[in-house]
Design a protein around this ligand. Structure first.
Ligand SMILES: Nc1ncnc2c1ncn2[C@@H]1O[C@H](COP(=O)(O)OP(=O)(O)OP(=O)(O)O)[C@@H](O)[C@H]1O
Length: 665
């Protein structure tokens, strides 16, 4: 081993084993964290010389198909960037979220050397197997970084200098990374400053172009600090529907805009500016924004956020009719059913529309689908819709919950068994669930909970398209489409050794990630659809009071659509034929509507010392009752007098067991 190689390995191992990482510049800190991850989590060995992994042409085609729109937009940005850097010896790579290079612009002159170094289409630079490198570490950290020469984990890569920036979609979802790499470069890392600056600049440009493309059907509000430039490069962008509701926000808007909450304070915006109204973000001159939409606005209009930041604003008009309504959508016309069944699952939320459009394209394609999403987001509903939209619709849809079947039974349930394998009631043998889904769809829910041994057997079924029942000697051919679902991060499970990597790649030809309900801007649509369905099943009145609807829209929904369905079912039962009002809603929804600070109007002022809780509660009940009676049970008037919101009045009535005369009758 040469001295240089030995020194490189020693440096890495010293950092990996040192009890504490020294305080360093941000870029070096990212590199050191990655070295540690490579040894401790990915169990990589820096003394080895592995080849860069190159995906098969089939998998590369699948990855490109799945990222069609992103690829199209990014290509234009890459071509522009390449004009600036080609003479400097750089190549450009665009990857998907897993680190597979799905687009590449390079130089034919050094083609052979670039290929040898792994700078080519189809190369998979995921840190899990490629060690610290520009792309893999940028993906793991979701951060821009330069991986310069000896920063690389494997000695085989230390000639390279790579700078990479992450790319996000308008909902904060991770798309992939844009990388600029050179085969050789000067020793000093500072030589890469320009490359870094250009990569970040073009990365943001690609994100913004993707944003404009996705929201071409909506009004787009651009905000910038430089007045004359706001039309061409407003740094913050919001997509807004006709009612002024924000339906998308670019990376900077998500980062910098803050939302006014119910307590009147601004708080950090998560993805939550999306779904809220413009008035929740801007405190003044909202009218100025809307004048811009009518073309009467002043080009130098300034709008001010609730936290006092002024921005120059400019509005871009929608370019086309909403995507789902376009009459010349050839695919929708070719197979309207495909679109109908899937389109019904969303009501205009941009992220759902993109997902459902992508799902419609996947129908009847020989690609396994992995659905990800938190519990109750509708993974099984989506799997069934995919089945119903497909040419397999008339055959069986078999759903298997891998977490619910006891480990001792799952094998026989899935694979079945022949006569005589077991003694007992089923001694004649049993067809397994896989065989029962022959010709149809096999939905494997909670796939992350499947025991490792069975993962191996399932892999064989997927690879060979045949199943071997327990006790059988000959396998049986099966024709099935597999859709799997999980709320777990399967990639983490791969790293932890509880999920097979090869099975993962078999299952996730395409990934569809369902958003949590709190981030969806089509809650109103879901409330209405589910309410109608539940009311008709219960033969009940589907009317919903505005106040109750408002509370449902504002609630956080940790249990997602399942919790919404349960809440509506509960409210319909309690309302017992009346229109659903606030007091019919489940307690947790009323509790969540309570603003955080105790409002002064209703605080019982016992000067000096704290009253005993029981006395306080009694006083509160008496005061509430008296106020309600004085206002002839008009909740709004009572709320106004006590300085509370209506929801709090209802919540406290419920807490103190106070029923209005209409509730008593
Ligand atoms: N788009 C939708 N429209 C109407 N109801 C829906 C929709 N999505 C989900 N639901 C309802 O929400 C509930 C949960 O849905 P589903 O079982 O598909 O969720 P899941 O993500 O598979 O849950 P889990 O992770 O717990 O298995 C069901 O009652 C379903 O009917």
């Amino acid at each position: 081993m040469s001295i240089v190689v030995e020194q490189h390995i020693q440096t890495i191992l010293r950092v990996v084993h040192s009890p504490q990482l020294p305080a360093l510049d941000a870029n070096t800190a990212l590199i050191h964290r990655s070295w540690r991850r490579c040894v401790r989590e990915h169990e990589l060995d820096p003394t080895l010389l592995p080849d860069v992994r190159i995906e098969t042409s089939t998998r590369l085609r699948e990855c490109r198909q799945l990222n069609e729109e992103y690829l199209h937009v990014a290509r234009a940005g890459m071509e522009q960037l390449y004009k600036h850097v080609s003479a400097l010896g750089y190549v450009l790579m665009l990857t998907d979220a897993e680190g597979v290079t799905i687009d590449y612009i390079g130089n034919d002159t050094w083609d052979a050397s670039l290929k040898r170094a792994g700078l080519l289409l189809g190369a998979n630079w995921n840190e899990v197997h490629a060690g610290t490198n520009g792309i893999g570490t940028c993906i793991a950290e979701r951060n821009t970084l330069t991986c310069h020469r000896e920063d690389h984990f494997y000695i085989g890569n230390v000639g390279l200098s790579c700078t990479c920036t992450p790319l996000f979609d308008p909902h904060g979802g991770f798309l992939g990374a844009l990388d600029i790499s050179a085969l050789s470069s000067p020793d000093a890392r500072e030589s890469q400053h320009l490359a870094r600056h250009l990569t970040v600049l073009y990365g943001r440009m690609i994100e913004d172009a993707n944003f404009m493309h996705q929201f071409r059907d909506q009004w787009i509000l651009r905000l910038g600090t430089a007045g004359p430039l706001v039309d061409v490069c407003g740094e913050l962008m919001l997509a807004v529907d006709r009612d002024g509701r924000i339906v998308g926000a670019n990376t900077d808007a998500r980062r910098y805009l803050r939302l006014l909450d119910s307590a009147g304070l601004t708080r950090e915006a998560r993805a939550s500016v999306v779904g809220s109204h413009l008035s929740g973000v801007f405190g003044s001159r909202i009218d100025a924004i809307w004048r811009l939409t009518k073309g009467t606005g002043d080009a130098s209009s300034i709008v001010t956020t609730w936290d006092g930041q002024g921005y120059h604003a400019s509005m871009i008009a929608p370019k086309t009719a909403p995507r789902w309504q376009r009459s010349n959508d050839s695919e929708a016309q070719a197979n309207p059913r495909k679109h109908d069944v899937l389109a019904r699952l969303g009501g205009g939320d941009a992220r759902m529309s993109t997902l459902l459009e992508r799902a419609a394209r996947l129908v009847d394609k020989p690609i396994s689908i992995l659905i990800q999403g938190d519990t109750g987001t509708g993974k099984e509903v989506l799997a069934r819709a995919l089945h119903d939209a497909s040419r397999r619709a008339a055959a069986a849809f078999v759903a298997v919950n891998c977490a619910a079947i006891p480990e001792s039974l799952i094998e026989s349930e899935l694979f079945g068994y022949t006569a005589g394998t077991f003694t007992g009631a089923r001694s004649k043998g049993m067809k397994g669930l896989i065989q029962r889904s022959d010709g149809g769809t096999l939905f494997l829910d909670e796939i992350g909970d499947m025991p490792l041994l069975l993962q191996t057997r399932l892999l064989r079924v997927l690879a060979e398209r045949e199943v071997l029942p327990l006790g059988a000697e000959k396998p049986v051919a099966v024709d099935l489409h597999v859709v799997a679902a999980s709320h777990r991060d399967l990639r983490r499970q791969i790293v932890a050794g509880t999920f097979r990597e090869d099975l993962y790649y078999r299952l996730c030809g395409a990934t569809l990630a369902l958003p949590p309900l709190r981030e969806r801007s089509d809650k109103d649509f879901l409330i209405e659809t589910i309410l109608q369905a539940e009311a008709s099943a219960m033969n009940a009145n589907a009317a919903l009071a505005d106040d109750a609807r408002e509370l449902l829209l504002r609630y956080d929904w940790p249990g997602n659509v399942r919790e919404l369905r349960n809440a509506l079912r509960f409210a319909l039962s309690i309302a017992d034929g009346e229109a659903i009002d606030v007091w019919h809603l489940p307690q947790e929804i009323l509790d969540a509507a309570e603003p955080p600070p105790e409002p002064t109007g209703f605080a019982l002022s016992h000067s000096g010392h704290e009253p005993a809780a029981a006395i306080c509660a009694l006083d509160e009940r008496a005061l509430l009752l008296a106020t309600l009676r004085r206002h002839r049970w008009n909740i709004s008037d009572a709320a106004r007098e006590l300085g509370l919101c209506r929801a709090t009045i209802y919540r406290r009535m419920k807490r103190h067991g106070i029923l209005s005369p209409t509730q008593l009758s």
